[in-house]
Design a protein around this ligand. Structure first.
Ligand code: SF4
Ligand code: SF4
Length: 259
């Protein structure tokens, strides 16, 4: 039987999403029975030419060369899966989208004139059509496995919907915000991680990005009023890993200093 050809590509990122894939360990061996891992530089130097049945993209599009690469990958891939906050929303590197072009390089590099980058770091979907997106920084490895399995069986993947709060309730986790006054973005953050942070007595910082129709305004008002969070801290809560996700971006702008 012809194996499904899989390719994994890195763009501007920290490699954490690829590590989530490698973290599947035992399952990867089973996957390798049905999948031909044709291009995965982090895992193997054995590379095969496209076309590919599935391409997994990690990282945001940040340079002119990135745009050329992602378009070429799209052309040779039947199914394009963007994984992680960088590929889906532009990642933490999108923080520079809130500064003047070239502002950060001037601070960081002695010779910023050698750099060639886009003014904004953006998601893959800003440049090519994606067939599916998996959120998270990093994504949940079980979700990656679910998507790969669904692709192999030609079925729709069973992915979580709703908010992190719902996952807390399903798992019986006591709300850290209500019981301990720890700020938490769970009410406006997309489900999928299994309420990882509240399970460890920490507030969610929104790494899965906004849920469907998030009421960010109401949450901002509540954490300001009930937890005494400053305007600047509310801004920072939303302008974080998923700062370029539309709803988080708009909420952060509302909390910019007033001139
Ligand atoms: S801890 Fe956070 S995610 Fe969990 S129920 Fe409370 S607000 Fe929601
Ligand atoms: S609880 Fe929030 S910050 Fe923590 S892993 Fe889940 S989505 Fe990410």
């Amino acid at each position: 039987m012809k194996k499904t050809k899989l390719a994994v590509w890195k763009f501007s990122s920290c490699d954490g999403c690829q590590l989530s894939l490698l973290d599947l360990e035992d399952e990867l061996l089973e996957i390798a029975e049905s999948v031909d891992i044709s291009y995965f530089l982090e895992a193997s130097s054995r590379l095969k030419r496209g076309p590919y049945d599935i391409s997994i993209i990690e990282g945001s599009v940040s340079t002119f060369h990135d745009i050329e690469r992602i378009k070429a990958i799209r052309e040779k891939s039947k199914f394009l899966l963007a994984v992680g906050s960088c590929a889906v929303f532009g990642g933490v590197q999108a923080l520079r989208n809130y500064t003047l072009p070239g502002e950060y390089p001037q601070i960081v590099y002695e010779h910023p004139e050698y750099l060639s980058a886009l003014d904004a770091s953006g998601p893959v979907s800003a440049h090519v059509k994606t067939d599916l997106e998996l959120r998270g920084c990093p994504p949940n490895k079980r979700q990656i496995l679910e998507v790969l399995t669904a692709c192999l069986h030609n079925k729709k993947p069973d992915l979580s919907s709703g908010s992190v709060c719902l996952e807390c309730k399903r798992k019986g986790i006591v709300c850290v915000m209500v019981s301990k006054g720890i700020p938490c973005l769970g009410p406006v953050t997309h489900a999928g991680c299994g309420a990882l942070c509240p399970a460890c007595d920490r507030g969610c910082y929104g790494c899965f990005g906004p849920k469907e129709t998030p009421n960010t305004e109401s949450l901002s008002a509540w954490i300001s009023r009930e937890l005494g969070m400053s305007r600047e801290d509310v801004l920072r809560s939303f302008r974080h890993i998923n700062c370029y996700a539309l709803e988080f971006c708009l909420e952060s702008i509302k909390h910019e200093p007033k001139n």
